[in-house]
Every structure is written in structure tokens, then in C-alpha cells.
Design a protein around this ligand. Structure first.
Ligand SMILES: NC(=[NH2+])NCCC[C@H](N)C(=O)O
Length: 405
């Protein structure tokens, strides 16, 4: 197994050294029209093409010198220990939730011949009822006929590794997801940080047993001093305060958390779907959120000091990032129709590889051209299928290490 490496993320744009991904697998082929909405998808995706696109994404990262780690492989390393494997399976079934002892027993048997990697892939893919042929009925629940086709639901959003936990400084938030369908994703993160030798003693700024939701797509580390967070459909103010207190009580250098109150709608589910940082003084932003935007600052002090920031976004960013000017590059380059279309497929959801160099979906050609006009280097990859899950390059990646600036 890999040696201790830890987490180090003090900005959004410093050279990306190490990143965690999940390449979509069979879980995508367990998405059915009846459950699309609940699974947070808008369409049925074609797995073969989605995997091809994801490999292009990983290829670009490697080509730029970034270490690419896969969640399934790290998890398989952990589950090589029989004790951890057994505990994981029990926790996983409990949270699924698998209701009856008869089904649990059948699942234990079903998984037992599998290698750790096969087991973890299957946990993510989901288990259909037809796959467990003979359940030994132990309760009424094991006997009644149930038309629902899964004993374990698929976890199709796992390729959005940005959301279940978030790296901030040398620690992480272990998140509480807004929707039931994504909550098991944070169990993988919990096991990584509890058991993987690469991540020993990582401080947690938030823990998944807290009831208030917070998701990684809402968390942006703008600098060593400033963290931005969305108050969004997915992240609530109580969770933000708890996380902020824990960060401020540590030795981390962060001094201010800027909370952006964005509209609570599906299209803008997280702050990073409407706003990402691309260079020291450049950001891409969806124009539709600029005028309704309220920003609050939470500053370090004996108590949390919370204030409403009355000025416009560019002034707030200039003030807190100590910049003479900032360039807000609009999604859709000022064209309302292009902005709406490209935001829907994550035109503003860029992943920075280094200051001024980002990875984007190729389909958002208007926004990509605007980024280039503003001096940003844009690397593109295909995006027919991955975009159907409503997330882009930033959503699909969790930085573990970035160079400090
Ligand atoms: N960081 C992000 N913007 N993630 C996008 C996640 C998309 C996913 N289908 C969801 O609704 O949860």
C-alpha cells in the first residue's frame, strides 16, 4: 500500500499534484427511467462512451503531471483486511438500507467469493433482486413480493468525486449529502480516512454524522486565507457555521469564509456550477446569479464575526483576495441563450491545473472561446455522456494536493 501522503489544498489554481477520481462503471447501466429523478440524472447515459470520455479526462490530468488515484483502487486496498471488509459491508447494508436479515445474509454470501475490487465495484453498481436467487426467508419482509428491482441501489453519482468530501488545507469535511441517493457515497470517504495508510490523522472540519447537509461542490478554497462556500440547494447555513468554527479553531491559516447565497434550484445545485476560479484574478461565472447574489463574510475572532457584504461581487473578491482588479468571465460570453445552454452542461465548472490553465468540456464552445480571449489556456475533452449527470470537470475531481502559491 501507498505510504502516508496526507492532504494539502490551499487554493483552487496551484499546480494540481494529486487528484481522486471514480471512472463510471456498471452503476450507470442500472439507471432506469422510473428512478431518473431520484438518482439525480436527467437522461440515460451510454456507459461505453462515458468511460471513454472519463479516460480522456484522466489522460489530460496525467499528461500535465497530476497523479490520478481511483477511489475503487484505494478502497480495494483497505478491504484487503478481512476485518475492515466485514465491517464495511455491514455499514454499507445498514445505510442502503437493506431491511431484512434474510436479504443481508444472502448479500453476505453473494459478496463472499469476490475480490476486494470486485466487491467494491458491485457495491457501487447495485445488486438487482434477480441476482440473489435463493433467499432463506427469515421474516415477513423476506417473503412479501416487492416490485422494486434492487436490493442495493446503484450509486451513479459517484463519478462526481467533488461532493462527498472536500479537501481544505490539511483537513477534510466529511460531508452530509442533501439527498438520500448520495449519502452512501460519504461512507467510502469515511473508510478512506479511517483506514487508508495514505491518509492517517487527517483532521475533519465536518463529520458525516451531523444532520445538516454540506456538499463539496459548494466549497472553494480561494486562497490560504479565504474559503468560499455556497449556501445552496445542497448546503445549509448551520453546516457552514459548524465547519467554519472547526477550521478557525485549528492551526490552519484561513481567516475568512465567504458564504454566497445562490438560488436554490437544480441547475445551480452547487456554487461550482455557477462560479469557479481560473487564475489569480480570473473567475468564470454564470451571469444569471450575479444580481440576486447575497454574500456574507464570516471572520475569525473570539466569536465568529458575521457580516453582510454590501458591495458587488468583484469588489468583494478584490477586497478579500487583495487584488487590484478581477476579471469575471461570463459563461456564454454575454449571450443569454448561450449562457443558459452552457451553464446547463457546466460551462462554468472548470478544473484548474495551474494558474490560468483549465480543463473544460468541449461542448461549451462559446464559454471556452471567451476564456481563451481572456488569456486562459483551455484543455478540452469529449462530453456527450458525462454531462448527462449534470456535473463537469471540477465536479468529477477531488484534489488531494495542490502546490501552494
Ligand atoms: N460539484 C458538482 N457540481 N457536482 C454535480 C453533481 C451532479 C449530480 N447529479 C447531483 O445532482 O448531485
Amino acid at each position: 500500500m501507498t505510504k502516508h501522503e496526507g492532504i494539502s489544498v490551499y487554493n483552487e489554481i496551484g499546480q494540481l499534484r494529486s487528484v481522486l477520481l471514480h471512472c463510471p462503471g456498471e452503476e450507470i447501466e442500472n439507471i432506469v427511467p422510473d428512478y431518473l429523478r431520484r438518482l439525480l440524472f436527467d437522461e440515460i447515459a451510454y456507459l461505453k462512451q462515458a468511460r471513454k470520455e472519463h479516460d480522456q479526462f484522466a489522460g489530460l490530468l496525467r499528461q500535465e503531471g497530476t497523479e490520478v488515484l481511483y477511489l475503487t483502487e484505494l478502497m480495494a486496498e483497505i478491504l484487503a483486511s478481512k476485518e475492515v471488509r466485514d465491517r464495511f459491508l455491514e455499514d454499507f447494508m445498514e445505510e442502503a438500507p437493506v431491511g431484512t436479515e434474510g436479504i443481508k445474509e444472502a448479500l453476505r454470501e453473494f459478496f463472499s467469493p469476490m475480490s476486494p475490487l470486485e466487491m467494491i465495484r458491485k457495491c457501487i453498481a447495485g445488486v438487482r433482486t434477480e441476482e440473489l436467487a435463493d433467499i432463506n426467508p427469515k421474516s415477513l419482509g423476506d417473503m412479501v413480493r416487492n416490485p422494486y428491482p434492487f436490493y442495493l441501489d446503484p450509486i451513479p453519482n459517484l463519478y462526481f468525486q467533488r461532493d462527498p468530501f472536500a479537501s481544505i488545507g490539511e483537513g477534510v469535511t466529511l460531508n452530509v449529502m442533501h439527498s438520500t441517493t448520495r449519502n452512501r457515497e460519504t461512507l467510502f470517504a469515511k473508510y478512506l480516512f479511517d483506514y487508508h495508510p495514505r491518509f492517517q490523522n487527517i483532521p475533519r472540519w465536518y463529520n458525516r454524522d451531523k444532520s445538516h447537509p454540506i456538499e463539496g461542490g459548494d466549497l472553494l478554497v480561494l486562497s490560504e486565507k479565504i474559503v468560499a462556500v455556497g449556501i445552496s440547494e445542497r448546503t445549509d447555513a448551520v453546516a457552514i457555521e459548524k465547519m467554519t468554527k472547526n477550521i478557525f479553531h485549528s492551526n490552519e491559516p484561513f481567516e475568512t469564509v465567504l458564504a454566497f447565497d445562490i438560488p436554490k434550484t437544480r441547475a445551480y445545485m452547487h456554487l461550482d456550477t455557477v462560479f469557479t476560479m481560473v487564475d489569480y484574478d480570473k473567475f468564470t461565472i454564470y451571469p444569471g446569479i450575479v444580481s440576486p447574489l447575497d454574500v456574507y463574510s464570516i471572520s475569525k475572532g473570539k466569536e465568529l464575526q458575521i457580516s453582510y457584504e454590501a458591495s458587488e461581487l468583484s469588489s468583494i473578491l478584490k477586497k478579500y483576495l487583495k487584488l487590484p482588479a478581477v476579471d469575471l468571465i461570463p459563461c456564454g460570453n454575454g449571450d443569454v441563450i448561450a449562457a443558459g445552454r452552457e451553464q446547463w452542461s457546466d460551462g462554468s465548472n472548470t478544473l484548474a491545473l495551474s494558474p490560468g490553465k483549465v480543463i473544460c468540456y468541449d461542448r461549451n464552445h462559446v464559454t471556452n472561446a471567451a476564456l481563451r480571449q481572456h488569456g486562459v489556456e483551455v484543455l478540452e475533452f469529449e462530453s456527450y455522456e458525462l454531462s448527462r449527470g449534470r456535473g463537469g470537470p471540477r465536479c468529477m475531481s477531488m484534489p488531494l494536493k495542490r502546490e501552494k502559491l
